[in-house]
Design a protein around this ligand. Structure first.
Ligand code: HEM
Length: 356
């Protein structure tokens, strides 16, 4: 009688125990306590801050030096072949954006061989939004968030020399030939003498699904109407600290700058999950409309400071691809935004004397 009772209670207890252990394991996996290590937004933002010599309160943790702009996007309807996004319906839509240079120091000189960049928010009357953050290179130095963090750590300047530790960088590059290839490319790539003459690239691929339900993988590029000289990389260090931003302010006072949004449709076999690899063959390209930048202003007055240009905020018919950078960017931009929004925002590093 006693034996049967204990057997009767053992089975349900064992079942409950198994369920508790399974739930705890699942929780630990989801929370990242066990299983493969995934970078948190905090891990990567900490690495960006350390790389920039510490946190610069109130500023973006990457692309810290920037200038707001406003303008419009005029669509011709051609983009509807790829997506029913409202901003592809023929019309003109308001734009808020930001020009920036790579790096986490808002006071760094413009005389560096770094990314010119453009961020955009397009808004349609029905509330759909398309946020983008683009660099002027068609490829990126790393393919995934782990490599991004490792690169930040390896390239953090040694406080004693002010330069990255060569041994640490050598070890990193030996493990990441794609970053070494990017460095070779960027060393020779032209550096436009104006934000207005630079091409800006989505770099990451996105999935566009049209009204008929057909999906295409797309990277896009924003091609300037204006042309102009490139900077001389041999004399970069002598460029006045804010030369590029001041040029854009002076240029915009004389008139607007324009770019064309070109949608580049992947060929079969194009790599979509690795932003270090360019799409080089001829492609189907759709000119979807014209971006006009008509006013620039310091960050707080220009409304871009308190925006997070998270590239996963997308309109109908555009979705993220299998590129692992995209989800990582969303969480890291959010962490950077949360930190800077919680700090006392300093005055704009650029254009503080302007009254747009
Ligand atoms: C894992 C990869 C990446 C990480 C961790 C990262 C990190 C960041 C962070 C922390 C910010 C500041 C966000 C804010 O406070 O609002 C930022 C801004 C920016 N990023 Fe990235 N980024 C990554 C990849 C890229 C790529 C592939 C591009 C180009 C296509 C890009 C272009 C930009 C631009 C243009 C901005 C400035 C946006 C603005 O003006 O507000 N980033 N990035």
């Amino acid at each position: 009688m006693t034996q049967r009772t204990s057997r009767n209670t053992f089975l349900p207890m064992a079942l409950i125990g198994t369920i508790v252990v399974a739930l705890a394991t699942a929780f630990a996996w989801v929370a990242g306590i066990i299983g493969p290590h995934r970078q948190s937004g905090g891990d990567i933002v900490n690495a960006l801050e350390a790389n920039a010599g510490g946190a610069h309160a109130g500023y973006r943790r990457a692309h810290a030096k920037g200038l707001c702009f406003s303008g419009s996007f005029t669509t011709n309807g051609a983009g509807l072949a790829l997506s029913p996004a409202s901003m592809f319906q023929p019309g003109t839509y308001p734009v808020i954006g930001r020009f920036s240079l790579g790096g986490g120091n808002p006071l760094a000189t413009d005389g560096r061989n770094v990314f010119h960049a453009m961020a955009l928010r397009l808004t349609a009357p029905d509330g759909q939004e398309w946020r983008m953050a683009m660099d002027h290179t068609p490829i990126f130095p790393v393919a995934d968030p782990a490599a991004f963090q490792a690169l930040q750590v390896a390239s953090t300047p040694d406080p004693k020399t002010g330069k990255p530790d060569p041994a640490r960088m050598k070890t990193y590059l030996a493990q990441h030939p794609e970053t070494a290839a990017f460095q070779a490319y960027i060393a020779k790539a032209p550096l436009p003498a104006s934000f207005a003459t630079a091409i800006y690239y989505s770099i990451n691929a996105f999935r566009f699904t049209n009204g008929a339900g057909t999906t295409h993988l797309v990277r896009w590029q924003i091609i300037p109407e204006a042309t102009g000289p490139d900077l001389d990389k041999n004399t970069l260090a002598s460029l006045p600290r804010d030369a590029l931003f001041q040029e854009m302010v002076a240029r915009t006072a004389k008139g607007p700058s324009r770019w064309h949004l070109q949608l580049v449709v992947a060929n079969p076999g194009d790599v979509t999950n690795n932003a270090t690899i360019a799409w080089t063959d001829p492609h189907r390209v759709i000119d979807a409309g014209t971006l006009t930048v008509s006013a620039v202003g310091p960050e707080e007055a220009g409304q871009c400071r308190d925006l997070n240009f998270d590239p996963t905020v997308l309109p109908r018919g555009i979705a993220i691809s299998d590129d692992p950078l995209l989800a990582a960017r969303s969480k890291v931009y959010s962490t950077s935004f949360t930190r800077r929004a919680g700090e006392h925002p300093g005055p704009s590093a650029i254009g503080k004397d302007m009254h747009p």
